[in-house]
Design a protein around this ligand. Structure first.
Ligand code: PGA
Length: 246
């Protein structure tokens, strides 16, 4: 099965700088069969749309509003994102959860809004350092998953990718070991199986994210049950990111 590699640009580069980045990146991945997705600021969508037209690369937003339209200054709706050519949106990245004080209910609403306009969702979940040290990882992930996927039909899960990103690992250079990730991914599939079916648990794509770089990524792609990677800091270097994608 083809693996996913998602680059989360966060708030980095201007649209022009992103275009120069692509000058370096695109020639390096010509024969690459990986499912590559760029999660970029909405200001970069026009660049992505024109540059990815003749490629298999997809792009997505880093967040959307939980509202459909109206007096919500500063927000961007799922239909706006979709109409600009995006196929995906991140939902519930730990940075947006924290900075924008996203509630579990609002994240569920965002997922419903995304799916309603055929935007695929990359749902980020992960435990804090404290939850990990007190062995509450599975409980925490279950709470995040149950609330996020509440009310969804089983057939909608095909439009959801789960990105397992331990919060303590994002941007810190620290990662769980292979065994720990394998166990957690099995736990995530068990949670999905309990709420939906074993079939959907087996089929759902689960990615790992958190301090991935060019030297450590290979061990993570090989982990049983992992369907790809979500890369933050290391995706900003076009050469490194192209190597990871390849
Ligand atoms: P990182 O970020 O790769 O810089 O740790 C991952 C993420 O935030 O998705």
């Amino acid at each position: 099965m083809k693996k996913f590699v998602i680059g989360n640009f966060k708030m980095n580069t201007t649209p022009l700088q992103f275009s120069s980045y692509l000058d370096e990146f695109l020639p390096r991945i010509k024969e690459c069969k990986t499912n590559i997705i760029f999660c970029i600021p909405a200001t970069h969508f026009h660049v992505a749309k024109s540059r990815f037209d003749a490629t298999n690369i997809k792009f997505g937003a880093q967040n959307i509003s939980c509202e459909e339209s109206g007096a919500f200054t500063g927000e961007i709706s799922s239909s706006m994102v979709k109409e600009c050519g995006a196929d995906y949106t991140l939902i519930g990245h730990s940075e947006t959860r924290r900075r924008f004080k996203e509630t579990l209910e609002s994240l569920n609403q965002k997922i419903i809004r995304a799916l309603a306009v055929n935007l695929k969702v990359i749902l980020c979940i992960g435990e804090t350092k404290y939850e990990r040290s007190t062995r509450k990882t599975k409980l925490s992930l279950k709470r995040q998953l149950d609330s996020a996927l509440k009310g969804l039909y089983e057939n909608e899960l095909k439009n959801i990718i789960i990105a397992y990103e331990p919060i303590w690992s994002i941007g810190t250079g620290k990662t769980p070991n292979v065994k720990e990730i394998e166990t957690t991914v099995a736990d995530i599939r068990a949670i999905i199986s309990d709420s939906f079916t074993q079939r959907s648990a087996d089929k759902i794509n689960i990615l790992y994210g958190g301090s991935i770089n060019e030297s450590n990524f290979a061990q993570f792609v090989k982990i049983k049950g992992i369907n790809g990677l979500l890369v933050g800091g290391a995706c900003l270097n076009p050469k490194s990111f192209a190597n990871i994608c390849r």
